[in-house]
Design a protein around this ligand. Structure first.
Ligand SMILES: Cc1cc2nc3c(=O)[nH]c(=O)nc-3n(C[C@H](O)[C@H](O)[C@H](O)COP(=O)(O)OP(=O)(O)OC[C@H]3O[C@@H](n4cnc5c(N)ncnc54)[C@H](O)[C@@H]3O)c2cc1C
Length: 153
């Protein structure tokens, strides 16, 4: 079995481990936890365990409004440490629909409607990306940069 390597300051877990190997890698890392929790994890069906990379977009992009716009993860993918990604996608919809209605029924130009949506969406969407990244860093790194998070020896 491929074994997780320690790089001194962090664990490097190969992405190609199967579920059972991932469970072993996890248990090796948390073996100091309470035995009752470890028992629960040992009984996890390995076929339900997978490797998941946490990714965050870089907030800040601004573009010239055109006939195509963006919402949800396509523009502001974020870590799930604040459970905001899906909620923010829905919030985008709530911003976009009234703008499209204004363009369709109240004489607002389509470009102005989409631009107003994009400005509002960028404000709250990029803030959600930043706060979700901060939440992850606080959670796993107690405020330190992720690359400096020490693995338990
Ligand atoms: C582990 C985890 C936990 C999470 N927990 C939460 C939570 O508790 N609360 C929360 O609010 N958010 C949570 N999220 C985030 C949330 O799942 C996403 O932010 C949300 O699904 C984004 O919605 P979306 O519609 O923008 O994108 P998606 O849900 O990714 O939808 C995009 C769709 O487009 C399809 N697609 C892609 N390319 C093409 C193509 N070329 N042609 C046609 N279709 C295509 C995809 O198959 C997909 O169905 C979590 C995410 C993860 C990974």
């Amino acid at each position: 079995m491929a074994r997780p390597k320690s790089c001194g300051i962090c664990y490097i877990i190969p992405e190609n481990l199967n579920g059972a190997e991932l469970l072993d890698a996890l248990i090796a890392r948390i073996k100091h936890w309470d035995e009752r929790i470890l028992k629960l994890i040992r009984h996890t069906d390995p076929s339900t365990v997978g490797f998941l990379k946490v990714k965050s977009s870089t907030p800040g992009a601004v573009w010239r409004t055109g006939p195509v716009t963006l919402l949800g993860d396509s523009i502001h993918a974020m870590t799930y440490f604040r459970a905001l990604g899906g909620n923010t996608a829905l919030y985008d919809t709530g911003l976009l629909v009234p703008q499209l209605t204004a363009a369709r029924h109240h004489g607002k130009s389509q470009t102005a409607a989409v631009r107003d949506y994009e400005n509002a969406m960028r404000d709250h969407g990029y803030e959600a990306v930043r706060s979700s990244l901060s939440a992850m860093l606080r959670n796993v790194g107690a405020g330190r940069p992720l690359s400096a998070v020490a693995a338990p020896q």
